[in-house]
Design a protein around this ligand. Structure first.
Ligand code: ADE
Length: 241
């Protein structure tokens, strides 16, 4: 899978992309990343990439000329790439979106800084994504998050391919609690059932904890989760009559 990143700060990505499994994926050429320095497409003597907003108001706006020129330069090299604009106004990124993006051969991320993008830039992108209901100082952190989440679905990037199947969000529920050695830590015991070797009981216990945890931390997810009537009754939403 190929990622291109259009940014004013290519250096921002240096150390995060060296670390851990992402570093390994790059070393092993399972994932490839290239950068386009947006400043090179800036206008005038100062290589300007932003300007004041028409109509007034605070902050600066990314100019369309440099951003669109950078997108066109990337597309000239990589015509099939899908271009992703990172903004808080975009579609909310999710585990499912990470999976579908990972099926693309190439993605190009457009990172802005300042207050936002000139609206006309949107005509030149394929998707617009947000990583949450908060405002970052730019699209770089969002790009890293999306690259990492998508790369996890690329075959070979995670050692154990089952890991993307059971984790939080892949089932529509949050993941169950995990334990490892020691059996007792500061007075807290590992639940007995996990030591029992009874796989059916373990599975049942994990499912119940998953439903409980989702009801507590993310009740909004329950609406779309595939729960049995008993599970629904247990979390007290839409309990059967
Ligand atoms: N740029 C600034 N805030 C953002 C967010 N929440 N998601 C994606 N890109 C952003």
């Amino acid at each position: 899978m190929k990622f291109n990143v259009i940014t004013l700060f290519p250096e921002f990505f240096e150390s995060p992309l060296k670390a851990g499994l992402m570093g390994k994926a790059l070393d092993g050429a399972l994932v490839e990343v290239s950068f386009t320095d947006l400043r090179a497409f800036g206008e005038g003597r100062h290589k300007t990439t932003d300007d004041t907003p028409f109509g007034g108001g605070a902050g600066m706006v990314m100019k369309p000329g440099p951003v669109v020129a950078a997108i066109e330069a990337v597309r000239a090299e990589d015509p099939e790439t899908s271009v992703v604009l990172l903004t808080p106004q975009g579609e909310l990124f999710s585990h499912e979106r990470a999976r579908t993006l990972s099926e693309e051969r190439s993605l190009t991320f457009v990172c802005g800084r300042y207050e936002g993008f000139d609206e006309r830039i949107r005509a030149f992108v394929d998707y617009e994504l947000s990583i949450g209901d908060f405002v970052l100082m730019g699209g770089e952190v969002a790009t890293l998050a999306i690259m990492e989440a998508a790369a996890r679905f690329v075959p070979g990037v995670l050692g154990d391919s089952a890991s993307t199947e059971e984790e939080s969000h892949s089932t529509g529920l949050l993941e169950y609690p995990h334990y490892t050695r020691p059996r007792e830590f500061r007075g807290m015991e590992v639940p007995e059932v996990l030591l029992s070797g009874n796989h059916a009981e373990i599975e049942k216990w994990r499912r119940t904890r998953s439903v409980e945890r989702t009801a507590k931390s993310r009740p909004d997810l329950l609406e779309f989760a595939d729960l049995t009537p008993e599970e629904l009754a247990a979390v007290k939403i839409g309990a059967p009559e």
